[in-house]
Design a protein. Sequence first.
Length: 496
Amino acid sequence: MVFSIALMNDSSPFLGKKLDNFKMSKPFKFLKTMPLSKLIILVCIFFMVIYTMFLFMLKKSEDDNLIVGVLPQFEYKSDPKGYSAWPDYLNFIDSSTMNLLRSNKILIKEHCLKQFENNKMSIEKLDKILNIWSISNQAECSQFYKILTQIYLFQFKHNHLSLNDKFMPKVKKMLNNDEELLNSVYNQELINIYNKYTNEENVFNSLRPKRPISKPDIPPAKFYEKTINETESNCDFCNEDYTAFSGSSRMKTGNSYSAANLFPFDENHELFLPRKHDLLKLNYLEFKDLLSLPEKWFNQLHFKDKNLNYPVVLWDFLYKAGASQVHPHLHGTINSKRYYGMFETIRKGAELYYRETKRNYFNDFTLLHDMLNLTLVHKNSVVVFSLTPKKDYDVTILSQNFGEDVIELLYAVLQTYFHDLEIYPFSLSLYFPFMDDTKNGRIPVYIKLVPRGDISSLRSDASTLELLSTFNANLDQFDTCIKMSQFIQKRLLGLE
C-alpha cells in the first residue's frame, strides 16, 4: 500500500529508478529494467482494458435479459414441429360438416339473433347484431359469441363535423344535392374490425360508398380492350423463345408453358403463362391447364429436395396491379423454411389460437362467417367474404386440398370480376398446404383475391393506409356476399 502511494507521488525517490529489488520471472524480466514512469503508464492501460471488458460483458448480459423479457414467447422456428398438430380443416363433402353448417344457420336465426330475424344483416347494424347475440340465453349461442369476440375486436366510433356557409354548396354538389346524405355528413359512424390473431383490420365508413361517383371517361371494358391491342404485337411472353428457362428444360402443354423469371426474387422462382395474350379469352379448360403447371413444378422440386415444402403462387394482373407485362403470368416459389412473412403472420396467429383454444383457427374463421351468411360453399371449397377485407369485392377461398373444385371456384370469381363487375386488375396469392404429410401447423389451401381498382384511373389504389397502417374497404360485406354469390353461382352453372 505504501509502495502504491509512493508511485503516485511525483517527488518520490523511486521515480526514474530501476526496480532492482524485485525478482522477476523470465517472461517479465523486461519490467525490471523499465523506468518506473513507463511502468505506471503500462499498469494504467492494463486496468483500463480490464474495466472496459467488464463494462462490455455487463452491457451484453443486460441486453440478453432484455431480449428474453420483451420479444414474443412464440418465435419463428424453421422446424415445422415448432407448430402444433392442428385438427384437419373442414371437409364440405362430408355429411357431418354440412349438417353442422345447416344447424348453425338455424341456431343463429332461431336463437342467437331471433329478435333480428326480420331485419337484413348489414355492417351498419353490426352493433345491434352483436348486442342481441351477446344476451342470448342459448348455451351454443354464447359459445359462438365468445369465439367471435375472442378473434375479433369491434369498435364503433362517431365523427362529428360542422360545415360553414362557404363550403356547403361544394358539399351539396359532391352529394348530388341529396338531403339524406347531407344530413349523414354531420355525424358519421366508423366501424373498426380488428383480428386479434392475424392483425388483419378494416375501417368501414357507411357513408363513403353512398357518395355519387363519376363514371370514367373510357368504360373499363373499352380501356381493357385497348390495353390488350396495344401490347399484344410486341409481347415477349406470347413467344416462349423470348423467355428464359430453368435447368435444361421447361414445362409445356398445348395451352401453357413455364419460364424462369429473368430477375428472380427467390432461389426457386418460376413463371407460368398461357399462350394466349388475353386472359379473358381463356376458357375453363385452358385456365385449368394453366393452374395445373405450378403444382406439377412444386412436385418436381420437392421430389428432388424433400426440404422444399412451402409452395406459393403469386399473381398480379395488368399494370394497375403492379404487373410488369400485360400478358398473364403467375409466379411460383417454394421454400424450405417457411411461407412468406405476411402469410406466416396469419399462420403464427393460427398457432397462438390453437394453443389458447385447442381448435383450428381456419375452421372457426369459416364457421363464424358462415353463421353470418358471409360464405358460399362449392363442393369441397368455400368462398369467404371476410369481416376484414383489404379492398371492396375482396374474397378468400379455402379448401382442404388443391383440386378441380378450387380451380372452378377461382375461375368463376374471376369471370364475375370481368363480366359482371367490370373489374380487371387484381392481385392474388395462393398458399398451398405442405408438400409432405406434416400435420404440425398445416394450413388449408388459402387464396386471397384482391381487386386493384379502376383500370383507367391514374390514381393509385394504395396509400399510407394500405401500406403502413390499416385497410379501408367501404362496401358492406353482407351486400357484397349476396351480390357476388349470385354471379358466382351463375358462372359455376355455366361450367357444368
